[in-house]
Design a protein around this ligand. Structure first.
Ligand code: 13P
Ligand code: SF4
Length: 358
């Protein structure tokens, strides 16, 4: 749950509206709260009637994130929750690859994603054929796929990781003697993680002679060329401007941002790492270089903290998931994530390995 106080599933419309006003005033316009209260009430009632659980990624819009979810978090946290739930229906308020991960972990449960359009530029940035070609070009390399990939890409992967455990997964692989690591598909996450760990990084579009020059017994992270269409937009100049206007603020950035941005910020971390930092570390103010809904959500969750809203990069895919569509998802049991059994079986192992390395 995003906030400690629970909204009862049997709350009346007026109680729901009062609860929303109490927590969302100043974040969500009062007119929107009036318009959304009935939808929130209906979702919470239906969720109980149908024994459903609603998982919400940290990038969900504020009213959805705070008023109807049972669990919120980053990709890794929500995968773990999905692996343990007993609910009959999992409504995944996040993007499609997240719903697929929940389905792979729960093949016999109904998993719903409220919009068919909730994609991801990273997941769409690599195909299963691309991965097979890379494996042919780098025989013996171990394949680590970011969780932001579709299920078929996971079937060609040895390990999955999230931004929350990428360094731990690489450490585990290097400790067990793997020296060539294909880290796919996010070029910036691969480069940033390698830099953090002091391991050389090369993009797969580099010339073969560059690869041949790296001794076989030296660890090397090899990246692909996909990027997050939201985080790639942050710039080092933006960081400089924030620093000169707000010298006191702590700047936190998601490692999907370009390396030149990461070099200038104070804290690098997954969305969970950002939540933990703001909860645990007292600072005059915080500025997040990530998807913009998250700053609103943290302002609701930690009203005693000052979270500056200086950037406005909304992910169009996350934005497709609305309260109205979540109600439709529960009412009509749409849109079901369906995967064939062979894909589920092959994609499960790298996901289980990811969950084991937390
Ligand atoms: P997290 O795993 O850090 O929540 O990130 C998911 C994502 O889509 C980032 O853009
Ligand atoms: Fe994908 Fe980027 Fe949107 Fe996350 S923010 S879902 S990585 S496009």
């Amino acid at each position: 749950m995003a906030i400690k106080e629970a909204l009862s599933p049997s709350a009346t419309l007026d109680e729901t509206r009062q609860f929303m006003l109490k927590h969302l005033r100043g974040i969500v316009p009062e007119s929107d709260i009036d318009a959304q209260a009935e939808t929130v009430r209906a979702i919470n009632q239906l969720k109980q009637e149908k024994n459903a659980v609603i998982l919400g990624h940290n990038y969900m819009e504020a009213a959805l994130y705070s008023m109807v979810t049972d669990h919120v978090g980053d990709s890794l946290q929500l995968s773990v929750v999905a692996s343990k739930t007993n609910a009959d229906i999992i409504v995944f308020c996040g993007v499609w690859f997240m719903g697929e991960t929940a389905k792979i972990l729960n093949p016999h449960r109904t998993v719903l994603v409220p919009s068919k359009d909730a994609g991801c530029s990273l997941a769409e940035g690599i195909t299963v054929e691309d991965i097979r070609a890379l494996k042919n070009r780098f025989p013996g390399a171990v394949v680590v796929s970011y969780i932001n990939t579709y299920a078929d890409a996971k079937t060609e992967s040895d390990y999955c990781c999230t931004s929350g455990n990428a360094d731990k997964v690489l450490n585990t692989l290097i400790a067990s003697g793997h020296h060539r690591i294909l880290f796919l598909p996010d070029r910036y996450l691969a480069a940033n993680t390698a830099a953090k760990m002091g391991i050389p990084f090369l993009p797969s579009d580099a010339d073969d002679r560059v690869f041949e020059a790296v001794p076989d017994d030296q660890p090397l992270v090899i990246g692909w060329h996909a990027t997050c269409e939201v985080h790639e937009l942050f710039t080092p100049e933006q960081v400089d401007a924030i620093r000169s206007e707000h010298p006191e603020t702590v700047i936190l950035a998601h490692p999907e941002c370009p390396p030149e941005v990461m070099a200038k910020v104070d804290v690098s971390g997954s969305t969970k790492a950002m939540v933990d930092y703001i909860r645990d570390v007292d600072a005059p103010s915080y500025t997040l270089l990530t998807e913009s809904a998250m700053s609103d959500n943290l302002a609701v969750e930690f009203p005693h903290r000052t979270i500056l809203r200086l950037t406005n990069q909304r992910c169009k895919h996350m934005n497709y998931i609305t309260l109205d569509d979540t109600l439709k998802a529960l009412t009509h049991l749409q849109y079901k994530v369906e995967l064939d059994p062979a894909t589920i079986e092959k994609a499960l192992l790298p996901i289980q390995r990811m969950i084991a390395i937390r």
